[in-house]
Design a protein. Structure first.
Length: 251
């Protein structure tokens, strides 16, 4: 069996995007990592939010080996994954005005905390309002989005604004409108999205920077170890006891 030409093309496209965000977003990644470290030092709490497939990158930094124990998922019921039936309901909920406000009001988030809002298009009401309302509550907001959508699509929020318009720091994933890297003869629709690969890499780069910043300030980063490594459960138990008042996925 010969190697897949299209598989190679996808890897090339993904690697190219990763190189772009590494080189072009380094300043924003550094700023986001510093903001996370600032929040940890000040006793604040960390949250990540994404709807639909953008939620994958948010979940990727919550309760995982090698991750900061303090990062919590800010979940909006019905939008976290494709387990909701019908799956189209999740997409519809992203366009509901007022939903973000209700979620924030019932969440532990408060002034001095930090929220990462992930939305590829940044055009739907839910992520725009989430960022807008979080800032109004006094949270630092980091947005991870594709800036290309702000010039190639129209906002679905009543303000006409995009996610990037309501963030303190913006990380641009460079993903093209439509989120499909490949096309081929005989295939009517473009395919092979790379947004999850690139967005998750941006999130991990941000968290690595935060750990680096904490060490520079003389603070051991509250990282989790794998439960599949000897001593991992004991290590994680100590971290969770020490920072239990800022970890909400345990309750």
């Amino acid at each position: 069996m010969s190697d897949s030409k299209l598989a190679g093309q996808f890897f090339d496209a993904a690697i190219g995007l990763l190189e772009r965000v590494r080189d072009e977003e380094s300043g924003s990644i550094a700023a986001a990592g510093a903001a996370i470290a600032d929040t940890v030092v000040a006793g604040g709490r960390l949250f990540a939010f994404g709807a639909g497939h953008s939620s994958l990158a948010a979940q990727d930094v919550v309760y995982r080996a090698g991750g900061l124990a303090l990062m919590n998922l800010l979940a909006v019921p019905g939008t976290v994954g494709v387990d909701v039936m019908p799956a189209t309901l999740g997409s519809a909920l992203e366009r509901v005005d007022g939903l973000a406000s209700a979620v924030l009001d019932s969440s532990p988030a408060r002034a001095g905390d930090l929220l990462v809002v992930i939305s590829l298009s940044g055009r739907n009401a839910l992520p725009v309002e989430m960022a807008q309302n979080a800032r109004a509550l006094g949270l630092t907001v980091v947005g991870v989005t594709s800036v290309a959508y702000t010039t190639g699509t129209k906002s679905r929020h009543v303000s006409g604004g995009f996610l990037r318009d309501h963030c303190d720091i913006v990380l641009d994933s460079k993903i093209a409108i439509g989120d499909a890297e490949l096309s081929a003869e005989g295939v009517e629709a473009p395919f092979a999205p790379a947004s999850t690969v690139v967005t998750s890499a941006l999130m991990q780069a941000m968290m690595a920077t935060a750990a680096e910043e904490l060490v520079a300030r003389g603070i051991e980063p509250p990282l989790l170890r794998s439960g599949n490594v000897d001593g991992g459960h004991e290590w994680n138990g100590r971290v969770m006891r020490e920072y239990g008042d800022r970890i909400f996925y345990r309750h």
